[in-house]
Design a protein around this ligand. Structure first.
Ligand code: SAH
Ligand code: SF4
Ligand code: F3S
Length: 473
């Protein structure tokens, strides 16, 4: 197969479908000729976007005739979907890829694909070319629809294939999706990011914002509701700018209102919202909705105006807290979570104290906190860095404060009855089942197999820092 199909026009669904039919039929032919049992192992690092991409990668692999396996050892195709958000994520990806060397040595026909955000960066492509010669294919996140074509070519004797980035940022509609869960699902509404926060690698690796058409999102969503999915999360790096890039005459709040009007027993989550354009309209739609979960994830990143400026976040603390107050005014029972970075290059002791005060004021139910990790090519990486020991000390102080706030929030749930989506047996305690509230809090309760994937009402008996405990009523 030649590269004639190298760029799929983003929204030309018919051409795309025709292309997919051709590649899948070539792969089926290959499978018939070789009469082999083929197995695929997919490993995912990073955020929900990557999890959603992995479900598409798995969907395509199954369509090509592979069967799913849960161990890399007996796989004929290994796909590692990488993340580049912090150094730790990249180290993990490289160490995992390193471990596959011996599997390839035993089975030279194994095809190893490394895709995801890490491999868009030139220095990582070079690394893999030189230090991991047994990796067959590199594939960037905006090109995942080319997996079948590349695998076919590689199996037919092509040289190693490096396809990290098309600089056009196409995306493909209608790819087969193998959903990991039968009751929780992801629906991407947009791809990429235009914000260029000064610490963040995402805009460089995921490209510019592009939104899926409303009718495509609505069709996918309705199908999931009809199939009985209970918890559907709309995904984008900044869902609040949905449609802006494509000049749509409707925005995210309009989309959310339309999805909410679909009949069924389900809840909708969305992430992530950027505070710079979290609108009152969106909060109003949420407050009057039937299905949108009472949960707002609104990354604050820092409580210091000067750090926020250096981060290029384009809001100050006053604006942030104004949005938060409006959310709570409209939805007093809404769970609010946030992301915080400590140790950003310009963060002084007093900036950090601003963040501590901001946490006291905001009283988030939970936060995801990170120590700043320099990312090559981003503006903040070339600023003067904060010593690791200072970052660590600030990080620990912040966690201690937040833990006390989370505990206080969770104590308030005691005695209440909450709707919980039951997910199954707890990993650490087989005597217990767990589920999540609309606000994403983990709840433990007595085992009840018949309720997996269903909503149950749980009376909360105890609230801890990281979880709630109760009984089904
Ligand atoms: N689009 C989302 C965030 C996606 S990345 C948003 O803007 O809110 C998830 C989180 O990772 C970010 O919110 C940020 O807190 C953190 N993060 C991103 N780059 C980082 C870096 N270089 N070091 C440490 N944390 C980082
Ligand atoms: Fe990164 Fe900022 Fe875009 Fe979020 S909004 S993905 S933090 S650049
Ligand atoms: Fe990581 Fe890419 Fe997500 S860098 S956090 S997998 S968008």
């Amino acid at each position: 197969m030649s590269t004639e199909s190298k760029v799929l026009p983003s929204l030309d669904t018919e051409k795309q479908k025709e292309y997919m039919r051709r590649v899948f039929s070539l792969n089926a032919q290959y499978k018939n000729e070789h009469q082999k049992s083929l197995r695929v192992f997919v490993l995912t690092l990073g955020c929900q976007q990557n999890e959603a991409d992995s479900e598409r990668l798995m969907g395509m692999a199954l369509e090509m005739g592979y069967e799913k396996t849960d161990t890399p050892d007996d796989a004929s195709l290994i796909i590692v979907n990488t993340c580049a958000i912090r150094e730790h994520a990249e180290k993990r990806a490289l160490s995992l890829v390193g471990q596959y060397k011996h599997i390839k040595a035993k089975n030279p026909e194994l095809v190893i694909v490394v895709c995801g955000c890490m491999v868009v960066q030139e220095h990582r492509v070079d690394d893999i070319k030189r230090r991991y010669p047994y990796v067959d294919i590199i594939l960037g996140p905006s090109l995942i629809h080319k997996l079948p074509e590349h695998i076919y070519n590689r199996r037919s004797g092509s040289r190693r294939i490096f396809d990290p980035d098309d600089k056009i940022y196409s995306f493909a509609e209608g790819l087969p999706i193998h959903r990991e869960s039968s009751y929780k699902a992801w629906v991407s509404v947009m791809y990429g990011c235009n914000n260029f926060c000064s610490y963040c690698i995402v805009p460089y690796v995921r490209g510019r914002e592009r939104s899926r058409r409303r009718e495509d999102v609505v069709a996918e969503f309705s199908k999931l509701v009809a199939l009985g999915y209970k918890d559907i999360t709309l995904l984008g790096q900044n869902v609040n700018s949905y449609g802006v890039d494509s000049g749509f005459d409707y925005d995210f709040a309009d989309l959310l209102a339309e999805l909410d009007s679909i009949e069924g027993d389900y809840i909708i989550h969305f992430m992530t919202s950027h505070p710079k354009n979290a609108s009152k309209k969106l909060i109003d739609v949420m407050a009057s909705s039937k299905h949108v979960a009472r949960h707002f994830h609104l990354p604050m990143q820092s409580g210091s105006d000067s750090v926020l400026k250096a981060m290029n976040r384009r809001y100050d603390f006053e604006k942030y807290i104004g949005i938060l107050d409006y959310i709570r005014e409209k939805m007093p029972d809404c769970t609010v979570s946030s992301d915080i970075i400590v140790g950003f290059p310009t963060e002084s002791d007093s900036d950090f104290e601003d963040t501590m005060r901001a946490l006291e004021r905001a009283r988030f139910d939970m936060i995801f906190s990170f120590q700043y990790s320099p990312r090559k090519g981003t503006p903040a990486a070339s600023m003067e860095q904060i010593p690791q020991s200072v970052k660590q000390a600030r990080f620990e102080r912040m966690l201690e404060l937040q833990n006390s706030i989370s505990l206080e929030c969770n104590k308030k749930a005691e005695g209440k009855t909450l709707r919980v989506l039951c997910e199954g047996e707890s990993k650490n305690d087989p005597e217990k089942f767990y589920g999540r509230t609309e606000g994403g809090k983990i709840v433990f309760f007595a085992p009840c197999n018949e309720n997996i994937g269903k909503f149950v009402n749980v009376e909360i008996e105890r609230g801890d820092t990281f979880a709630l405990y109760g009984k089904i009523v």
